[in-house]
Design a protein around this ligand. Structure first.
Ligand SMILES: NC(=O)C1=CN([C@@H]2O[C@H](COP(=O)(O)OP(=O)(O)OC[C@H]3O[C@@H](n4cnc5c(N)ncnc54)[C@H](O)[C@@H]3O)[C@@H](O)[C@H]2O)C=CC1
Ligand SMILES: O=C(O)C(=O)Cc1ccc(O)cc1
Length: 341
C-alpha cells in the first residue's frame, strides 16, 4: 500500500539486512528520508524515539505527514511529541502488543501483527485524517486496533508486560547466582523454567527504557508483588495448605480463561515460524525431527521463500504443549524459531 518505504538506522548492517529482506525499498539519512513522507514510524527504544522527535522538529517535514511510534510506553513519548513537534504535525502514539524476546531486523515476520491488539493513543482533539491514516496502515497488518489514552495504556501494560518481565528476569538472575555455586541448576532448568522466563531474553536496553519511562506505574505493582510474596511465605510457614491451594486455583482459573488470540479464519492457534535455509530436504528434516520426538504437528507450510535466500516455515500444532515442545527442540537443534502468540 505504501509507494516507498525508506529505512533510517544508526547501524548500516541493520539497513543492509532490511534491504536484503526487502523490508525497505531504500536506506537514507533521516533528513533525506522524511522528504515527502506521508507517515514516519519511530521504531526505536523509547528514549531514542524522544531524541528522534527532537531531530524531526529541526527538519522541514511535509505539512501533512503523520508521525507515529511503536514504543512499549506511551505517556513520555506522547508528552514530548506535543511539546517538541510543530503544531501542524500530528503524532499518534502506537504500541503493537505482539513481538517476542528477540530483537533486530532478523526477528521480523510479515505476519507478526495478525490478530494482535495494536494500541493507538491519539490526543482527543487529534485530526481525524491523521488517526485514519495510521488506522489504515495498522489494519493492513491484520492487527486489531484499540484506542486508549496514554495513561491508561501505561497502567495496563505495567501489569501485563512490565511486571512479568521484571519478575522473569529477577527469577533468572536468582537462579543464575545459585548456578555459580552448582552447575546443576542450569542442567535441571527445564520446560517450566523456560516457559516462565522466556521474556527475560529480551533486549536489555529496550527494557531499561521501558522501566525508566513507566516507573510511576511499575513501582506500586512491585510493592504489591512484595506484599503478596510475603503473604505466600507466611502461608508456607503456617502450613496453610488451603490458602496455598486457593491461591493456585484462582491463578489457574484466570490463566485458563484468557482469550486465545489468533483463532479463527486468518490463522489457527499454536503456531511458530522457523527460519530455514532455502535448500532441498529442509521440510522433511524438520518434520522427521518432530515426529521422532512424538510432537503432534498438524500442518507445515512455507511462509516466505525467495530463491537464494532464507525461507520461513510456518508450523501449526494441535495444542500449546506440542508447540512449546517443538520450539524448545528446534532451538536446541540450532534453528531460529519465532512463537506466534
Ligand atoms: N521487541 C518487541 O517484541 C516489541 C518492541 N516494541 C517496541 O519497539 C521499539 C523497538 O524495539 P525492537 O524493534 O525490539 O528493537 P530493535 O533493537 O530490534 O530495533 C531498534 C532499531 O533502532 C535502531 N536505532 C536505535 N537508536 C536509533 C536512532 N537514534 N536512530 C536510528 N536508529 C536507531 C537500532 O540500530 C535498531 O536497528 C521499542 O520502543 C519497543 O518498546 C513494541 C512491541 C514489541
Ligand atoms: O515476548 C512476548 O511474548 C511479548 O510480549 C513481546 C513484547 C515485548 C514488548 C512489548 O512492548 C510488547 C510485546
Amino acid at each position: 500500500m505504501a509507494d516507498e518505504i525508506v529505512g533510517v538506522d544508526l547501524r548500516s548492517d541493520h539497513l543492509e539486512d532490511a534491504l536484503r529482506l526487502q523490508i525497505i525499498d531504500r536506506a537514507a539519512p533521516l533528513e533525506e528520508a522524511v522528504v515527502d513522507a506521508d507517515v514516519i514510524v519511530l521504531a526505536t527504544p523509547v528514549q531514542q524515539s524522544i531524541n528522534l522527535l527532537m531531530e524531526l522538529a529541526k527538519l522541514p517535514l511535509p505539512p501533512n505527514c503523520v508521525v507515529t511510534d511503536v514504543g512499549g510506553t506511551k505517556r513520555e513519548v506522547c508528552r514530548h511529541a506535543l511539546e517538541i513537534l510543530p503544531a501542524h504535525i500530528s503524532f499518534i502514539g502506537g504500541h503493537p502488543m505482539a513481538g517476542s524476546e528477540k530483537s533486530g531486523i532478523r526477528a521480523a515476520s510479515p505476519r507478526l501483527f495478525e490478530n494482535a491488539v495494536y494500541v493507538l493513543t491519539p490526543r482527543t482533539d487529534e485530526k481525524k485524517e491523521a488517526v485514519e491514516r495510521i488506522r489504515t496502515l495498522v489494519e493492513a497488518t491484520g492487527a486489531q486496533i484499540l484506542i486508549l489514552d496514554p495513561e491508561r495504556h501505561d497502567r495496563l501494560v505495567a501489569a501485563i508486560s512490565h511486571l512479568p518481565h521484571v519478575v522473569a528476569a529477577q527469577l533468572v538472575d536468582q537462579v543464575a547466582d545459585l548456578g555459580e555455586e552448582d552447575p546443576l541448576y542450569a542442567v535441571l532448568a527445564a520446560g517450566g523454567f523456560r516457559d516462565v522466563t522466556r521474556v527475560a531474553s529480551g533486549h536489555p536496553g529496550l527494557w531499561r527504557e521501558i522501566l525508566l519511562t513507566n516507573g510511576d506505574s511499575i513501582r506500586p505493582l512491585l510493592m504489591e508483588w512484595k506484599r503478596r510474596i510475603s503473604l505466600l511465605d507466611q502461608w508456607i510457614e503456617k502450613n496453610d495448605g488451603e490458602a496455598i491451594e486457593t491461591f493456585f486455583r484462582k491463578a489457574a482459573d484466570w490463566r485458563d480463561a484468557l482469550p486465545v488470540r489468533g483463532r479463527g479464519a486468518i490463522r489457527p492457534a499454536y503456531q511458530c515460524t522457523v527460519d530455514v535455509p532455502d535448500e532441498p530436504g529442509t521440510i522433511g528434516r524438520i518434520a522427521t525431527l518432530l515426529g521422532q520426538h512424538e510432537i503432534n504437528l498438524r500442518n507445515i507450510g512455507i511462509l516466505e521463500s525467495r530463491e537464494g535466500d532464507n525461507g520461513q516455515l510456518i508450523l501449526t500444532f494441535a495444542d500449546e504443549t506440542s508447540r512449546n515442545d517443538a520450539v524448545r527442540l528446534l532451538e536446541s537443534g540450532g534453528y531460529s524459531v519465532h512463537v506466534r502468540a
